[in-house]
Design a binder for this molecule. Structure first.
Ligand SMILES: CC(C)(COP(=O)(O)OP(=O)(O)OC[C@H]1O[C@@H](n2cnc3c(N)ncnc32)[C@H](O)[C@@H]1OP(=O)(O)O)[C@@H](O)C(=O)NCCC(=O)NCCS
Length: 340
């Protein structure tokens, strides 16, 4: 078995790497949309550019006939969290239980040591039928990873019932008289960009993290704009809403939903955060309602929005369930500290 590094400038090899990832994804959730080739290619090229915010290392394992059967992606934060790496590892469904995953895991750890990383984390997607007993969970245990946190996957069918939306908005509005709800698509308005970046930074530590060894990220307007440009290259539309606190003029809450331009049926919830000092004003529900409204008019073909929340994140789950989201499996996060 040969393991090679993939250079995303080589589109043919990248497509082979992606083919393994996508085959594994389809085996877990048959028939579902997932990450798209052109999206992943855009992100990979960004992650292999000269000075990325997150450096990507891609590994491809071939069998004796040069067929690609194992793929791994290591995402290394470059501005903060220099001890950390996030791993995605997949083995083609036709090549499982032959030690391919284990060989990849050994190579991954060696590469991480070379990069000076000491902690590696990986999420496993468990659809309802595999909850608590997926191959990924067993593999994580067999390769020395410990459960660090459990996220729950939920889908929200669209459009949401207009009566439910109106009732929720009416119930929430009295709590939020000091706040103005603003919506935007794709780019954050210039007057909010500094606060938007700060919210991203707070997002890295204000959400429940369980045992995940994540330190506060460093964000400023320039980094946030780079992410927006990257998202545009990925070919996604973004629908966002935020709450501006009247007395201070600061953006104190935000939510972002993203939809692939080319396959808009499935949308994805990205960040939602309300600054701790402004919680209790129903801002989480109000910004989500506003973003959903923007999404309904800007992307009428979107049929559902997928979201993940830590199982202990009671306030966020309450908001999502009030909107009508239903559970659809788990995403346990496993973590390993590498020995020197
Ligand atoms: C998890 C995955 C990578 C395992 O790949 P693999 O090549 O089949 O794994 P290996 O053959 O190296 O298995 C190593 C050990 O993991 C455990 N394991 C792997 N698959 C298992 C399964 N389906 N049931 C029980 N244990 C399993 C076993 O202990 C196995 O050792 P053994 O075969 O000697 O008993 C593969 O099933 C996959 O791609 N799943 C979808 C993506 C995923 O969950 N990735 C992991 C997290 S990023």
């Amino acid at each position: 078995m040969l393991i090679e590094l993939v250079d995303a400038r080589d589109e043919a090899v990248f497509a082979e790497w992606f083919g393994v990832m996508r085959a594994a994804e389809l085996a877990t959730r048959p028939g579902e949309p997932g990450i798209l080739l052109h999206e992943e290619l855009a992100l990979a090229r960004e992650g292999q550019a000269a000075d990325p915010d997150n450096r990507w290392l891609l590994l491809l394992l071939r069998d004796g006939n040069a067929r690609p059967i194992g793929a791994a992606k290591l995402s290394l934060p470059m501005r903060d969290n220099l001890h950390l790496a996030e791993l995605e590892l997949a083995v083609h469904p036709d090549a499982r239980r032959r030690g391919v995953g284990r060989s990849m895991a050994v190579e991954v750890e060696q590469r991480l040591r070379e990069q000076g990383r000491t902690t590696v984390m990986a999420y496993v997607d468990e659809p309802p039928a595999e909850q608590g007993r997926s191959a990924g969970r067993a593999f994580a245990a067999a390769t020395g990873y410990a459960l660090a946190q459990t996220e729950v996957c939920r889908d929200l069918d669209l459009p949401i019932n207009p009566r439910r939306a109106a009732e929720l908005e009416q119930a929430c509005a009295p709590y939020a008289r000091d706040f103005e709800i603003r919506t935007w698509c794709d780019g954050c308005p210039d007057d909010l960009i500094g606060d938007r970046a700060l919210l991203e930074q707070r997002m890295s530590t204000d959400v429940p993290l369980g045992e995940i060894d994540l330190q506060e990220e460093k964000w400023d307007g320039d980094r946030y704009r780079r992410v927006e440009r990257r998202n545009a290259r990925m070919g996604r539309m973004f629908f966002s809403a935020g709450a501006v606190h009247g007395p201070s003029g600061r953006l104190v809450a935000v939510t972002d939903m993203s939809v692939p331009n080319s396959e808009p049926e499935r949308g994805y919830q990205w960040v939602t955060i309300v600054l701790e000092e402004h919680r209790g004003h129903r801002l989480g529900t109000l910004v989500k309602l506003a973003a959903l409204q923007a999404l309904a008019s800007g992307s009428p073909r979107t049929k559902d929005i997928r979201t993940w929340n830590a199982e202990e994140n009671t306030p966020m789950i309450a908001v999502n369930e009030a909107l009508g989201a239903r559970t659809n499996g788990l995403a346990p996060c496993f973590q390993k500290v590498l020995e020197g």
